[in-house]
Design a protein around this ligand. Structure first.
Ligand code: ZN
Length: 204
């Protein structure tokens, strides 16, 4: 029996709607609308999108050094000669790397944690790429670790934990300064605000 909410949809369309509904910000209603739009724009959008999805799934991987996404491992950000090896900017998510790169404010290296510590969601230090960060920070030539984390409870808890872990290395740990709203997502900031927050970073 077919789903009573989409009585006229074929199994192919139902599958498409079911998968689209799993995307962030999508519910069953918007998924149905998106599916219909794709089916109407088959040549202009649906087919190129299908190819792009297949290619990204086949080629994009997580950089084993910094945790960013790229077709190469290590990624382009880790291998770029022009970037400063002495600075490591720590972010929660790959989207934050993209935001900082769009702002063009940072020319060092990145480290993506893959989330934030959260007692509520049961996210522990070993679930994040913190061990790898400590390892990287201990390498010769590293001068400063910049915590570009949100000003939420989880962001602050994560920052404190990392600072403790890095204290034996004696390395300078700074965090983004003014401009980052409490509870704000880094990627929602405009480029100028992000630039200012990075320039005016301060010690913890
Ligand atoms: Zn990388």
């Amino acid at each position: 029996m077919r789903n009573p909410r989409t009585p006229t949809a074929s199994p192919e369309i139902e599958r498409l709607i079911e998968l689209l509904a799993k995307l962030p910000g999508m519910g069953p209603r918007s998924a149905r609308r998106a599916a219909l739009y794709l089916l109407k724009k088959r040549e202009a959008l649906m087919e190129p999108l299908g190819i792009a999805l297949t290619q990204a799934a086949a080629h994009v991987k997580t950089c084993s050094t910094c945790g960013a996404l790229d077709a190469a491992d290590p990624c382009a950000l880790c291998t770029a000669q022009s970037r400063d090896d002495g600075l490591i900017c720590v972010v929660a998510d790959v989207a934050d790397v993209w935001a900082l790169e769009r702002a063009g404010a940072f020319r060092g290296r990145y480290h993506v944690l893959g989330g934030l510590l959260s007692a509520l969601d049961g996210i522990r230090p070993e679930d994040l790429r913190i061990g790898k960060l400590v390892e990287r920070a201990a390498r010769p030539g590293v001068r400063e670790v910049i915590l570009a984390l949100t000003a939420t409870v989880d962001g602050q808890a994560t920052g404190h934990y990392i600072t403790e872990q890095l204290s034996p290395t004696g390395i300078a740990v700074t965090r983004l300064s003014h401009g980052v709203p409490v509870g704000g997502e880094l990627e929602m900031l405009d480029d100028g605000t992000l630039f200012a927050a990075l320039q005016s970073r301060r010690p913890l």
